[in-house]
Design a protein around this ligand. Sequence first.
Ligand code: IVH
Length: 765
Amino acid sequence: MTETREPSADPTALDEAAAQRRWAELVALVEEDQRAYYELDAPKVSDAEYDARMRELEALEAAHPALVTPESPTQRVGGRAAAGFATVEHLERMLSLDNAFSTDDLRAWAARVNRDLGLGPDDRAGYLCEVKIDGLAVALLYEKGRLVRAATRGDGRTGEDVTANVRTIGSVPQHLGGDPASHPDVIEIRGEVFMGVDDFDALNEKLVAAGHAPYANPRNTAAGSLRQKDPQVTASRNLRVYAHGVGALQWTAGKHAELERQSDAYALFEQWGVPVSPHNRVVAGLDGVLEMIEHFREHRHDIEHELDGIVVKVDALADQRRLGATSRAPRWAVAYKYPPEEVNTRLLAIQVAVGRTGRATPYAVMEPVTVAGSTVRQATLHNQDVVRAKGVRIGDMVVLRKAGDVIPEVLGPVAALADDGYPREDFVMPSECPECGTPLRAMKEGDVDLRCPNAESCPAQVRGRVEHIGSRGGLDVEALGEVTAAALTQPDVPETPPLRTEAGLFSLTLEQLLPIEVVVRDAETGLPKVDDDGVARRRAPFRKRASHTRAARLAAEEAGEALPEHEPSSQALKLLEELERAKTKDLWRILVSLNIRHVGPVAARALADWFGSLDAIRGASRDELAAVEGVGPVIADQIVEWFTVDWHLEIVEAWAAAGVRFATPGHPGPEAMAAKADEGPTGPLAGLTVVVTGSLEGFSRDGATEAIVAAGGKASGSVSRKTDYVVVGEGAGSKEAKARDLGLPILDEAGFVRLLEGGPAALEA
Ligand code: IVH
């Protein structure tokens, strides 16, 4: 580690050059600390020293904002101080793959490739065949051989910065190996992060042994492990990576490796120590591809990770360039997908669940079985007509598969096992709501779905709505998940729940929470767990443990003392505190929380942006609502209808009385918005589209976007003929090249500032 003077001078007293030097020193130190801490598991400094360095860095950046770059440890996850993931822009778009679901699809793809390359039908293009790893894509950015950034795919243009977490993956080199002369200036290596099946099984065994629920499948576990706020958790998960492509690539002029084929790039990766799948094969022509497909159809479960298909790529890079890509996927590659796996299992029961909207949905309860990598015990049967159409009876052996390998689906009974002696029973759709006893009915003529019409107080519906309020797309109240929503709406004690509807949610008190007790149920069977003495075990989620454990009770009794006073659990305090904070969250979140049919985050944002308050929404006519972009007539009808129901209005009143804010402060109201829309955009950049690429000194990425929009312009992420200006910062790549190709005006940061202030005219001056 480099020696340096510590502690430093007052950051505000340093001149720019000295500040820059000290900043670079601190960044190097902090990065070194982080590496030692997270990767080597051998911290070099104490936590206090580390924190002091981070604080100095923050103070320095506060005093000299120009120093803040996206690479600064203050901006990244995994600094022990930072939280959340920054968004990063991929140097080149991360595309997806088109699928082929049959060998005919595959032949058709190959024929198109041959045609577009001007090859005869018998010409045998060289294909690179790879197994399709069931994991998640990442882009690893190496500059001069050093790993500087790792990002998830995200929407293909921007992803999440997961550098700190990826650095904990042992097989990802921090520095490329091999001959340094072979390292490009910049290379974005794309690959798949995955969890091996053995590691997945071992992790689940440990979890189950510790009394936790197991994870569903390796893919989700890998994704969850990569997106941990604490890189140490990621480090403990044994994630792995196989590289499967190259994104941006820049060499110093005159010096570059001879790459003719994608398989040559893989050979180079191997020299650099970047892992590549051992299952890749280069084949000549389609026959070789089909052979590989048949091989892995048989041996799907014989390799180290889960796979869901075979990826076929045209190997020659010149041909890849000629074939190009659509907006979604390259034309030079295709993913052959194996059909979903099917298994047999016993249908033990058909139960009926009532959801947030009152719909009564029958679902199959089955003997647990593993299909496509995860254990399945339940599957929806949608409605009584579907049950009939599938011809299943309770007690049947049924065929189960995962549609799209995600959602389990019962296909039908196994005909050959119809007479296996197991008792059978026909399913009868209940005529009453299983939770509140209200007769079920179709809400509209011709509706197949039956619903519970007791929307106001059916516990299942209230529970669903309350859970929805706490969800990420609603008020994002972490302490208000499924279990808490159930405890608030259907506790076993007291008989009358604190929430009969959601109206009381924001006026919940500790006095209401403390008495709540719920029966502990087995996650698998749903049956109550029973203590040794035959009593159903109960949990009081909102009380501190000690005051109600048997030991504490016995001790109190023995000592002839009153039971210790109930003290609130951290869950109770957190819930109340989070609800308090939720009262002033963005208006769109409050709108989502009202559970108006079809008003999800997208429509809610549109409504909030336009109207600025619930009063304005309520005062608007159906047509005014429908005219808002992103709303439309169907949602408009639902909103108008929603306000005609008394108990809905009671919710609004109760929430308002509890301090919920139903307006966006400073919003000018819909009239002002309409007037502004008529005028069209104003400002120096009105009508102009600007692309910013590379990093600027005085603007973060979001800051640049905001500045463009504030000046009346449109900020875009991609360069096209419609782009008016391209602003080029440090480290710009392919977008700059494209802008030059198209002959678009290119600005440096100073030009950008002039454009923002004075519009195009300021550039000519
Ligand atoms: S190449 C431009 N190769 O599948 C082509 N992708 O369904 C980019 N995947 O987003 C992908 N194994 O995350 C490629 N051997 C492999 C792959 C693979 C898994 C994933 C990748 C991609 C997704 C598309």
